[in-house]
Design a protein around this ligand. Structure first.
Ligand SMILES: CC(C)(COP(=O)(O)OP(=O)(O)OC[C@H]1O[C@@H](n2cnc3c(N)ncnc32)[C@H](O)[C@@H]1OP(=O)(O)O)[C@@H](O)C(=O)NCCC(=O)NCCS
Length: 172
């Protein structure tokens, strides 16, 4: 099983590649090439992932197997949307596992690490946005007790998409 650890600056380039690979694996079939390209250009590069790894408002966790990154998650400490009723919310901003590792328990282990981190830093609620047309991710989050409390717009390139906002207690 891959090891899960905090991301380091040396991970920035492989993390950018993994983030783009997993985003494309998940959403390419349902979106235009132009919107996918716009999103990827704006979100994934060695420079951007370096900034994210160094950002004190973010925690980036990576899963490494045989020297390769195969999954990652990011937690963000920003104000939550009003539908998230929490004193100390923490956003699970990204959780992406390479397709070869789906259904093998790695995503669950990574989620448990995220929830443990949230509890350790005193968050009371963990929230996330998930595309309404991503049934596997929605099923995965529901297994962990996340429940829908609202929705918001996620711009994928030029396409304003509807994300469901899901919340659960940060207490493991
Ligand atoms: C979402 C993700 C992290 C979940 O990890 P995983 O290893 O696939 O998760 P699991 O196999 O433990 O759970 C997925 C559940 O969805 C179910 N499922 C699979 N395909 C499904 C589908 N098309 N529709 C509905 N449910 C589906 C599975 O049966 C499983 O439930 P079960 O354990 O009760 O059988 C992983 O699939 C992933 O990285 N996907 C691509 C990136 C992504 O979508 N990230 C989330 C962005 S918000």
């Amino acid at each position: 099983m891959p090891i899960i650890r905090d991301a380091e600056l040396r991970d920035a380039a492989p993390l950018a590649a993994l983030a783009e690979q997993t985003f494309r694996e998940t959403f390419e079939a349902s979106n235009t090439p132009e919107d996918m390209a716009l999103h990827c250009q704006g979100h994934y590069s060695e420079a951007l992932q370096s900034q994210e790894i160094l950002d004190p408002g973010l925690t980036t966790l990576v899963c490494e197997h045989d020297g390769q990154l195969v999954a990652f998650a990011q937690l963000r400490r920003d104000p939550a949307p009003p539908c998230v009723r929490a004193a100390r919310p923490l956003e699970l901003q990204r959780l992406y596992v390479a397709s070869a590792w789906h259904g093998k328990g790695l995503a669950q282990e990574l989620m448990r690490r995220c929830l443990a981190q949230a509890e350790a830093e005193g968050a009371d609620q963990v929230w996330l946005g998930v595309w309404e047309h991503n049934p596997r991710a929605i099923a995965f989050y529901r297994k962990f007790g996340f429940q829908q409390v609202g929705d918001h717009v996620f711009p994928l390139g030029t396409d304003p998409q509807r994300d469901l906002i899901l919340v659960r207690s940060a207490v493991v």
